[in-house]
Each structure stands twice: as C-alpha cells, then as structure tokens.
Design a binder for this molecule. Structure first.
Ligand SMILES: *Cc1c(COP(=O)(O)O)cnc(C)c1O
Length: 462
C-alpha cells in the first residue's frame, strides 16, 4: 500500500488558482475611512504594485514566476501521506490523507507565501520588508524568505511572545531577520503606547501598526509591509498546496475526495488546500469542506459577516469578513495562530455562499487528537494543526458509525516542535475548555455596529 506520494520537481504546479474568478457571488471591495472602495493606488505605500495587482485580480490562473518556483523547490513539492496507522487505530473504513506542510524549513505552510512575497518585492525594487509576528511563525518564515533572496527583514514581535518564546526569535536571527519586541521605541505608535503603558504585553494589533508605520515612513520608498494571511494574494500563493494534492491523489488513482479539512486562523492554509477543491464543488462535485477554529475564538461559527478593520489601530481598510470585532481579545489558548478576530474575505465569502461548513472544536479535544496522531503517524503537530486533526478524527469516527468508506483529506499545516509548552500544559492538566459567553461577543461587536454593512448575498445553490 502506498503511504507517501511524491511529485517530481518538474511536476510542480506552474500556476496558482484564484478563487475570486469563480465565486458565485463576487467579493465585495475593501473600504476606506470615508466608506468608499479603496483603489489599488491607495495601497501603494504599503505593498508593491505587482502584489496589489494580484490582490485585485480576477484571473482564474496566475503564472508562478520561475524565480518563485526556484525558491519553492527548496522544499516543494511536499509529500501527501496516507495516515494508515491512524486509520487502523481508529478502526475506521475511511481513508485519511494529509498534505505535509511541516517539512518546510520554517516548519509550516507560511513560507509558501513568504518566498513569493519576498520575490515580488525584490522585483519591484524594494530593499526591506517589515512585518509583525505573534508566536513567531510568520516572522521566522519571512526572515527565511528574505535571507534566500537578499532583502532586509524587520519583525515586530508581540512583547509577551518575545519574552516567552525565545526559540522563534533565534530562528529569525539565524536567517538574518531583525526582531524587536513590540511596542518598541522605534515608531510613534510604539512610543505612544509605551508612554501610557510601560509594562504592556503588546498585541498583534499594536505590532501591525508599528510594522505598517515603519514601512510607509521610510522616505527612500524602498520599504514595504508584508502580511502572512487574510489577504487575497496570500490565499492565492497557498493554493499550490491543494493543486499539488490533486496531482498526488490522481497519481494513486484516488478520483474522489469526500471531505477536505484545514484549521483556520486568518484562513490561508485552509484556503490553500481547499480552494482548488471548492472549484470542483462549484462545478458540481459533492465535497464537504470544513474550516476548523477554536471554540474560544469562534470567528466563523458565531461571528457575523461584517465590514471591519484587520487591526486594532484601524490602520487597515475595512474588509468584508466574518469578524468578532477588531478590539476582540481572545482568551489565551495555545494555538497562537488561530487567535485572530477576523477571517480572510475569500474564505468568509465561501462560508456565506454555503460552500464550506465551519466547525469549532475545544482545545482539550484537539490536544488529544494531536497525541493520537503523534503516537500513530509520528509527527508532533502544531497546536493550530491539531484542530484539523481533531476534525479529521471526528469525520473518520462518523464514517465508522455510518459504515461508510469515505476519503478524507486534511492539511498538516505545521509541526509543533517549537510549541511544546502547550503540550506541557496539557500533560499537567492545566488546559481547560472555554466557550466564549455571548455577552462578550456582543460587547465586542458593539464597537463596529455603525460601520458600513456588506451585502450577505448568496445564490442558494449550496
Ligand atoms: C499561522 C499558522 C496557522 C494559522 O494561519 P492560517 O493563515 O489560518 O493558515 C495554522 N497553522 C500553522 C502551523 C501556522 O503557523
């Protein structure tokens, strides 16, 4: 029995898939502070024009430049695994496949977009990228990408993670990235917060504000900002995951997938695996598509589809998305990458349309699933990824109860070797399940209730 499927380098997909071209109900535009749509030129101080063009593109297929492919070849194509040992342990008639994105140098799917963004910035004449990072996964992926291509990389890392997670910081340093704790003295936004709250633990919102400010205030014009999820061009770059998976499934004669699963923080690894399959679904295929989030940060399962900012400081345009409100501070669960208040507009639109069915799972069940996976398949997954594993196990259990042979595919978005402290808390019984009270969600949503409303349009086909 085949348990790993590889593609040769020359079999790598040469185009990314852009779901925006096929959405049955079109994506609504980002809005500026005046409530009018934001044009490409307004984004020019923040992103290079070649990426802005991708952000607004309606082309179905976008060529991957040879220069980007050369960078991706360092670890791609990534293997597709059949989780036979997990299947046996679960005694399920289902076949479980997973795409292994943990084998990238930074340990997750994030380098797929990091190398593409670094390449396009370099092409555009940019010398330096700024970004923010929470737990450090994105900061290390972008540092890695910049080191390959010869760009300076500056990372604003949320203070509390900077102090508590020194290993990711060292990874950034090894790749030549320059990581500072946020808030910092380097920006007006940082100084203002430090003056008021010298002991603040920081937040992703503050770090975004600092990174954007530093990019747009560089008078040489040679600095831009980079974001690791949420935006359309990031979803696009990640579709190489699903496109490879399709080729791999075809190679072993697997003609039909029944369930596609990914964990979703900003939505990029889920979109990367799922969008090529959602294309099939739009064209008539029967596929269940499940993005999975933590019960404690229920953006897709309990929050409305609304216009909201991507950051706390209102630096970003208003995006049409599922959102808990940009001032929402999720409880400290250990899947740092899933603690975002919003969801990618493209993913949100597929939820509105009914093309995917989001699910929320408690963290204790996720750690249990991750340990079952570690003891059968061997890989210790990232806490974020454990949400996808838990949903795959739920589906495999359902298949056993229903006596159905199903094919399940999930994305193994990253390994957890840098995040073992979450496992430690689990072993010490120090993790609890936390369902967010409805009042807390409402309180947070009150802060955006006067914003423009997107239309919640759908065809009703799904
Ligand atoms: C960042 C991260 C995520 C969440 O981000 P998405 O944009 O939703 O994919 C999930 N898994 C891992 C391993 C991550 O590093």
């Amino acid at each position: 029995m085949t348990i790993k499927v590889f593609l040769a380098e020359e079999e790598i997909p040469r185009q990314w898939y852009n779901l925006a071209a096929d959405l049955p109900t079109p994506l609504q535009p980002p809005l500026g502070p005046d409530g009018n749509p934001v044009g490409p030129e307004m984004l020019a101080p923040v992103f290079p024009m070649n990426l802005i063009e991708q952000e607004v593109s309606q082309e179905r297929w976008i060529d991957i430049p040879d220069g980007v492919l050369e960078l991706l070849y360092r670890w791609r194509p990534s293997p597709l695994h059949r989780a036979v040992h997990l299947e046996q342990a679960l005694n399920t008639p289902a076949k479980i496949y997973y795409k292994n994105e943990s084998i990238s140098p930074a340990g997750s799917h994030k380098p797929n977009t990091a190398v593409a963004q670094a390449w396009y910035n370099k092409e555009f004449g940019i010398k330096k990228l700024t970004t923010e990072t929470g737990a450090g996964q994105w900061g290390s992926a972008l540092s890695f990408a910049c080191s390959l291509i010869g760009l300076e990389c500056k990372v604003f890392m949320v203070r509390i993670s900077f102090d508590q997670k020194p290993m990711r910081k060292l990874m950034m340093q090894a790749w030549g990235g320059h990581c500072v704790a946020s808030p910092s003295e380097e920006t007006a936004a940082g100084r203002e917060i430090l003056a008021k709250h010298p002991d603040t633990p920081g937040s992703l919102g503050i770090a975004i504000s600092e990174a954007v400010e530093q990019a747009v205030s560089d008078e040489s014009g040679e600095t831009r900002y980079s974001l690791g999820s949420v935006l359309n061009h990031v979803m696009l770059h990640q579709t190489i995951i699903g496109l490879e998976a399709k080729k791999q499934l075809a190679k072993i004669g697997e003609s039909k997938v029944d369930v596609v699963i990914g964990c979703a923080g900003g939505g990029s690894n889920f979109a990367g695996l799922a969008f090529p399959f959602i294309n099939d679904k739009i064209n008539g295929a029967q596929i269940e598509v499940i993005p999975v989030e933590p019960t404690s940060c229920p953006t897709m399962t309990r929050a409305p589809f609304a216009y909201d900012h991507g950051d706390v400081a209102n630096m970003t345009p208003l995006l049409p998305m599922h959102t808990l409100g940009h001032q929402f501070i999720p409880p400290p669960i250990h899947a740092g990458g899933l603690r975002y208040h919003g969801m990618a507009p493209l993913v949100s639109q597929t939820i509105v349309e009914g093309l995917c069915a989001p699910r929320a799972i408690h963290q204790v069940e996720c750690y249990e699933a991750a340990l079952t996976f570690a003891k059968t398949e061997g890989i210790i997954a990232a806490p974020e990824t454990s949400h996808a594993i838990a949903a795959a196990i739920q589906e495999a259990d359902k298949a056993r109860e229903e006596g159905k042979e199903k094919t399940i595919l999930f994305n193994l978005s990253g390994h957890g070797l840098m995040d073992l402290n979450g496992y430690q808390l689990y072993f010490n019984n120090a993790l609890t399940d936390y369902a967010l009270p409805e009042e807390e969600i409402q309180k947070s949503l009150d802060t955006i209730k006067n914003y423009p409303q997107p239309s919640v349009a759908k065809t009703g086909k799904w």
